[in-house]
Write a protein that binds this ligand. Structure first.
Ligand code: HPA
Length: 269
């Protein structure tokens, strides 16, 4: 895999002259953060050797290089999910590529269903832990080049970054929740009992992404920070039908607040 990564990286480096400091992965309906980036180079996934292409509505397929919060960044407008049929090594391939491009921090966003009874639609939740119910992306042959065979996950979401983000949110009067994200395969949304089960095992939200990318980033020693937008509720008495279109709509509405936090957080790095 290393050879393949190096090939992808050298293609990208032939188009971009600098080393990005921060990587950003944008979730469903959250691609608008790109409007705040002073863009230098944008490369379609389909033009990048060995890169997958995203097949999901609401996910563009571009790698964007530019400046945000005064730092050079690389942003993925569109990510890959296990439910698209990709092996987990492919889902997480771009994270490895970003590491070899030189990123020192990874920021992620996603849309999720809230299972905490106090959560409301449109809330932002800072992720401070996860429960992985998707196959682990590190299963398979181990290459010590990438890090440990058995990576520590006690600080999967950097406490330092979480504290900084909370301070930023408070300063701007942005309400944030904090909690545990359960990563599931999808592509179905949950039955009422499945939502209840995710609450019982310790989840506050549930979604179909982020966890694989964080696992791979942590194996390689990259500090991670992630925000989830609550787009629907899996709380007894509040469960209504969910559609992908509604998820995108709610996410887009909450996006400005998320972008503000991300941008200011980057400026402190
Ligand atoms: N479940 C799983 N994934 C999701 C949800 C949900 O309710 N909402 C947005 N992504």
């Amino acid at each position: 895999m290393l050879e393949k990564i190096k090939h992808t990286v050298s293609f990208i480096q032939s188009k971009v002259e600098y080393t990005p400091e921060v990587g950003i992965i944008l979730g469903t309906g959250l691609g608008g953060l790109v409007n705040d980036i002073k863009i230098d180079v944008s490369i379609e996934y389909k033009d990048i050797p060995d890169f997958p292409v995203s097949t999901v509505e609401g996910h563009h397929g571009r790698l964007i290089f530019g400046t945000l919060g005064g730092k050079k960044i690389v942003a993925m407008q569109g990510r890959f999910h296990y439910y698209e049929g990709y092996p987990m090594t492919t889902v997480t391939y771009p994270v490895r590529v970003m590491k070899y491009l030189g990123i020192k921090t990874l920021l992620l966003s996603n849309a999720s269903g809230g299972v905490h009874p106090d959560f409301e639609i449109g809330d932002l939740m800072i992720i401070n832990d996860h429960i992985n119910l998707i196959p682990n992306p590190l299963i398979g042959k181990h290459d010590p080049e990438f890090g440990a065979r058995f990576p520590d996950m006690s600080d999967a979401y950097s406490h330092v970054l979480i504290e900084k983000a909370q301070t930023i949110a408070k300063k701007h009067g942005i309400k944030t929740q904090i909690g545990c994200y359960v990563g599931t395969t999808g592509p179905t949304f949950e039955t009422p009992k499945e939502y209840q089960y995710f609450r019982i095992i310790g989840g506050d939200t549930v979604g179909m992404s982020t966890v694989p990318e964080v696992i791979v980033a942590r194996q390689m020693g990259i500090p991670c920070f992630a925000i989830s937008i609550i787009t629907d509720l899996g709380v007894p008495g509040k469960i209504v039908k969910v559609t992908h279109e509604e998820v995108q709509e709610v996410a887009a509405k909450a996006e400005t607040k998320m972008t503000l936090i991300m941008e200011e957080l980057i400026s402190t790095l």
